[in-house]
Design a protein around this ligand. Structure first.
Ligand code: AMP
Length: 555
């Protein structure tokens, strides 16, 4: 039997709490800057003071340990303050996915039992519209409001800066169990309604250290370390902006928060503040390169981790041609999210640098502490030959324990003792992983998920539709776009067209059931849809045919 060293939280085993991430920067870089557009610029000492004030203001609003506080904001210094103040109180930070449909936003706020919502001016009309569906929310606090804004929920209008101005900074943050829930948010990368995942202080702390290890240690190229200037370009509502604000704070580097992502502003901040490290999905990188201001901005030396979807070689090539240092990483909402990052070897001697570009785009090697396997249906590891495909499953100390209140989906996620990513990958002799396909019935467009099953259901409700399949097709700009393959009912085969179906879907957009970007541009009308041997729609077959531009009816 093992001999236990100590109980967590007793002598020698201080609990792993998010508050301790602030210690080193406050001691070693107290005057380092935090910048939010042209709106705020202050140092780490002020950050710490404002964290105390925010906690104090929230406790005055009745928030205590275990309560959920939701944030609906673009990337800002206030979001960073929430990343610390709310979990440091023992409360739960809910980061609201701003790209969900109104109905889904209401659903997620309700399910998370949010009591207070910090809301940016841009979302005040939305929250006002939803207020009848949010009986548990007692108060909203306005971020960057207009004078005319009314508070969507609560007895009186409260503004964030006014609250902080009068709040006491000396909030007594207590010490508690490191397994306390720190954050929660909803993933739409599954079928059905969005599902809640949550992460503890302990998990976020270990994740922070492991990501630091993965990004700060490479011998060649890609790195994030002291001296860098950090600016996120993956929204702070999406998996803690991949956890990088916590890493940046621990490093004590200058941090720049850009608000809503507009290419011109991101490029201007890069130049003015000297941003040297960022992370984003491929679509944002493409937008930056395509922006008119890009031609006159010096992008040289800008290190950018690209994840959330595969980094294509042509995009990597375009970024490298501008002097950027781009490299791939991989993870998912359920995994906090970091799992792998590519690693350069520094040994590419080929004349055109092609091997290095390929290396930059690979899904990569496991981060420290990640037990990653590629397995067949019997959970047996596949050959490490770079060719045999299997499902990527993982264990690490920072994975979600399951979907909140959803035992069936949790059991599927964790069957066999490993977290199932539903991604299909290969692994080679050097342990390099490459994602090849996806088992999930979801489509990723511009970094956001669309459920193909939901779209099939909605399109199928049109009276003239006999059968429908929706699949994701590669798209240079968005990564993937949904394409609907439709069989019309015999009697209506002559008059059913794309315009009618788009109009049909517009009603669901208006009702807040699906976001606008879920409506396909392309509809293919066919005589029949190919099926697998067991009668299921053969999406793999459809995808291959549409990708090669062969009409799906041609089989
Ligand atoms: P999300 O939960 O929205 O962060 O999405 C996670 C999913 O995005 C993964 O399970 C993959 O399907 C996909 N993904 C993330 N990073 C990559 C990558 N580097 N290459 C390919 N797919 C990726």
């Amino acid at each position: 039997m093992v001999r236990l060293f100590d109980e967590p939280g007793t002598r020698g085993s201080e609990p792993l709490l998010i508050a301790s991430l602030l210690r080193t920067p406050l001691a070693t870089a107290p005057h380092q800057q935090i910048v939010y557009r042209d709106v705020a610029r202050y140092d780490y000492l002020t950050l710490r003071t404002r964290i105390g004030k925010l906690a104090h203001a929230l406790s005055e609003l009745g928030i205590s340990a275990g309560d959920t506080v939701a944030v609906m904001d673009w990337d800002s210094n206030r979001y960073l303050e929430s990343y610390f103040a709310i979990p440091m109180m023992g409360a739960v930070l809910m980061t609201v996915n701003l790209r969900l449909s109104p109905a889904q936003i209401a659903y997620t706020l309700q399910r998370a039992e949010a009591r207070v919502v910090l809301v940016h001016h841009d979302f005040v009309p939305l929250l006002t519209e939803l207020r009848a569906q949010l009986p548990l929310v007692t108060q909203t606090v306005l971020l960057e409001p207009d004078a005319a804004d009314e508070c969507p929920i609560g007895p009186r209008r409260l503004d964030y800066e006014d609250l902080l101005a009068v709040a006491d900074a000396d909030f007594a943050f207590g010490e508690f169990d490191e397994r306390a829930v720190a954050t929660t948010f909803f993933t739409t990368g599954t079928t059905g309604m969005p599902k809640a995942v949550c992460f503890s202080h302990r998990q976020i702390m270990i994740h922070t250290l492991a990501v630091l290890g993965a990004l700060a240690s490479p011998q060649h190229g890609q790195s994030f370390r002291q001296g860098d200037v950090y600016m996120p370009m993956t929204p702070m509502f999406h998996v803690h902006a991949w956890g990088l604000p916590y890493v940046a704070t621990l490093l004590g580097v200058k941090q720049v928060y850009p608000g809503r992502y507009e290419p011109a502003r991101l490029l201007a901040l890069r130049e003015r503040e000297g941003v040297s490290y960022s992370h984003c999905v491929p679509t944002i990188l493409q937008m930056l390169l395509d922006a008119p201001q890009s031609a006159t901005t010096d992008l040289r030396g800008w290190k950018v981790t690209v994840g959330g979807a595969a980094l294509g070689e042509s995009l990597a090539r375009a970024a490298l041609a501008r002097g950027m240092d781009v490299f791939a990483a991989y993870g998912m909402s359920e995994t906090c999210p970091f799992l792998t990052a590519t690693r350069l070897t520094g040994g590419d001697q080929s004349a055109d640098g092609a091997a290095e570009i390929t290396r930059r785009c690979r899904t990569g090697l496991p981060a420290p502490l990640v037990d990653l396997r590629i397995v067949d249906e019997q959970m047996q590891e596949v050959a490490h030959d770079g060719e045999t495909m299997g499902e990527l499953v993982v264990r690490t100390p920072w994975l979600t324990g399951g979907y909140v209140n959803d035992p069936t989906a949790t059991a599927e996620l964790w069957h066999g003792g490993y977290l199932h990513t539903r991604d299909i990958a290969t692994i080679d002799q050097q342990g390099v992983v490459q994602i090849r396909d996806r088992l999930k019935d979801v489509i990723k467009t511009g970094g956001e998920w669309i459920s193909s099953l939901l779209l099939e259901d909605l399109i199928g409700r049109h009276a003239d539709v006999g059968e429908v399949a929706v699949i994701g097709i590669a798209d240079d700009r968005w990564g993937e776009r949904p394409v609907a393959v439709v069989v019309a009912r015999a009697a209506t085969v002559d008059h059913l067209d794309a315009a009618a179906l788009r109009q049909h879907l517009a009603a669901f957009v208006l009702a807040g059931q699906i976001p606008k970007y879920a409506v396909p541009e392309r509809f293919e009308f066919v005589a029949s849809i190919p099926k697998t041997s067991v009668g299921k729609i053969d999406k793999k077959h459809l995808r291959a045919m549409l990708n090669s531009n062969v009409s799906p009816s041609a089989n």
